[in-house]
Each structure stands twice: as structure tokens, then as C-alpha cells.
Design a binder for this molecule. Structure first.
Ligand code: PMP
Length: 289
């Protein structure tokens, strides 16, 4: 992720990643009480562009607010700092990880002082599987009555690690995680869609992290006249459907091969999902529908 030359932004200034330290006496390290984002930049005809910067930084601010973490940066300021970070590192296609942590404080009270870190590393999706074999996970999503699940909070990702590692240990690429009612929610780090008879279905909000890519997919569907429904459904309805995909900033749109060893029925190349994937990959590089 970084080497001796990597520059980061931490606590109000740019510095070398190797020189940054953190306070061991903090709520974020001990309790997972932090909020973060995952953002991507792409090289485009108009130079390096951060995809949906405003949406990501508004979600970061909302996450901080929901967690009672004080955080005063505006989305515009954050975007400007991120372009400077990319420029200082000479990055074009990069993954950007903003993180807001709280310290020093070891109590269970609200965050008192927060620190913004902006990290970035070069990225291409070459190493992701083309088509993922996924399994229904025995781990449920965090219950919305126990967590603010629509916020992107560090501690929630312990659940993601458990689900993802369990799937990998069992020989799958990823987990399909259900909500507390047994409905499909999402994967460990991306939203999910399936396709049946030309219609796309995605879990309604409630237990999911409402992804910016998920929203973009729905906008693309409108543009391409592909019907899309937000609804609750069980894994049985998805298993053996025509196609399925995960979507997220990092994953972009990644096709699913099978769910619980039952293959998706249609050749990916002939699906509406494939048209959405192509439109998305074009959009991130031209930045307008
Ligand atoms: N769900 C989870 C649990 C995630 O971690 C992510 C990645 N941020 C997503 C969905 C997709 O969100 P986005 O499209 O905003 O990256």
C-alpha cells in the first residue's frame, strides 16, 4: 500500500506515510469507532477525475454525524485535498481511503477530537476474479437495531471480515450475506443485483450500506430502459436466476458465476447486466451519462 516515498494527509498536513503515527489511547483503535470511505480516481480525457467525489464525501460526513464524531471539513475541501494528494503522489488510477478516527479518549462517550487521514494507492482491477463463485454466508449483516448500518463505520467491517474469510476458507470467492430476516442484503463489501427475464432486482434499503455504485447502476438502468426493482428477496429467488453481479467502488461491476454452486443460467455476454457493466466502465472514464 505504501513505500518510503508515499505521501498522505494526516491531522491537517501532508507528510510521508512512514512518518505518521497514531495514538494508542483512542476509541477508534480499541472499539472500531471510526468512519471511512472508499473512493476511486480514473484517468480520463479530462485528466485524473475522482468518481462521485461529492457523493462519497457527503456520505463520510453523514457517517460521522450518525456516529456523533465531530468532523468539520466540507465535501469541497475534502475533494480539493484529495486531488492534491493524488498529484503529490503522481497517481491517476487510484483507490482513495479517507478515515476519520477519534482520540485520545478511552471512554464510551461521544468522540471529542477527530483526525482525518487521506490515504491513496495505485489501483487496477486486474486481480479481481472475472466471475465470482459465491456462497450464502452463515454470518448475518449487523442488525439495524444494533448499529447505524447505513453509516460506513470501521467496527462494522469485523462482520465483513468474518463473512469473507469464511467463504474463502470454504473455496468460494465471496460471501452473500443475509439480513436478520433471512433476506439477501449484500456481500462483505459490495451491493448485489440479480437479473430475471430482463428485470434487475436489488435488496431494498434497511440492512445494507446504500452504495453509490448501486445508485449509479439504477441511474444507468433508467437510461438504458432496463427495469430495476428494489425489493426484499431470499437467496432461493436469486439462485439459478439469469445473471447476478456485485457492485461497489472497488469491485465496479463484477459478474457472478454461481450462488451456492448453482450457476447463473444465461451467458453473461447476452444479459442486461452486461450492458449495465459496459455502461458503468464507460461512465467512470467519461463522467457523464
Ligand atoms: N456494501 C458494503 C458493505 C461496502 O463496504 C461497500 C463499499 N463501500 C458497498 C456496499 C458499495 O458501496 P459503494 O458503491 O458506495 O462503494
Amino acid at each position: 500500500y505504501y513505500n518510503d516515498d508515499t505521501t498522505i494527509y494526516f491531522d491537517g498536513k501532508f507528510m510521508k506515510a512512514k512518518d505518521a503515527g497514531t495514538d494508542l489511547y483512542g476509541q477508534s483503535l480499541h472499539y472500531g469507532y471510526s468512519v471511512f470511505e472508499g473512493i476511486k480516481s480514473y484517468s480520463t480525457d479530462q485528466g485524473t477525475q475522482i468518481f462521485k467525489a461529492k457523493e462519497h464525501y457527503e456520505r463520510l460526513k453523514r457517517s460521522a454525524e450518525l456516529m456523533h464524531i465531530p468532523f468539520d471539513y466540507s465535501a469541497d475541501q475534502l475533494t480539493e485535498l484529495t486531488y492534491e494528494l493524488l498529484d503529490r503522489n503522481g497517481f491517476t488510477d487510484a483507490y482513495i481511503r479517507p478515515l476519520v478516527t477519534c482520540s485520545p479518549n478511552m471512554s464510551l462517550s461521544k468522540g471529542q477530537k477527530s483526525y482525518l487521514s487521506l490515504l491513496a494507492w495505485e489501483w487496477n482491477n486486474g486481480y479481481l476474479a472475472d466471475k465470482m463463485k459465491i456462497m450464502t454466508s452463515p454470518f448475518q449483516r449487523p442488525n439495524p437495531k444494533a448499529f447505524k448500518v447505513e453509516a460506513k463505520v470501521g467496527g462494522h467491517y469485523v462482520n465483513s471480515i468474518l463473512a469473507c474469510q469464511d467463504a474463502k476458507d470454504k473455496g468460494y470467492d465471496e460471501a452473500l450475506v443475509l439480513d436478520e430476516n433471512g433476506n439477501v442484503a449484500e456481500s462483505s463489501g459490495a451491493n448485489v443485483f440479480y437479473e430475471k427475464d430482463g428485470v434487475l432486482y436489488t435488496p431494498a434499503k434497511g440492512s445494507i450500506l446504500p452504495g453509490i455504485t448501486r445508485q449509479t447502476v439504477m441511474e444507468i438502468c433508467n437510461e438504458l430502459d432496463i427495469p430495476v426493482k428494489e425489493t426484499f428477496f431470499k437467496p432461493e429467488e436469486m439462485r439459478g436466476a439469469d445473471a447476478g453481479f456485485f457492485c461497489g467502488t472497488a469491485a465496479e461491476i463484477v459478474a457472478l458465476d454461481s450462488l451456492d454452486d448453482v450457476p447463473f443460467a444465461k451467458n453473461w455476454e447476452n444479459t442486461a447486466s452486461r450492458r449495465v457493466q459496459q455502461a458503468y466502465l464507460k461512465l467512470v472514464r467519461v463522467l457523464s451519462l
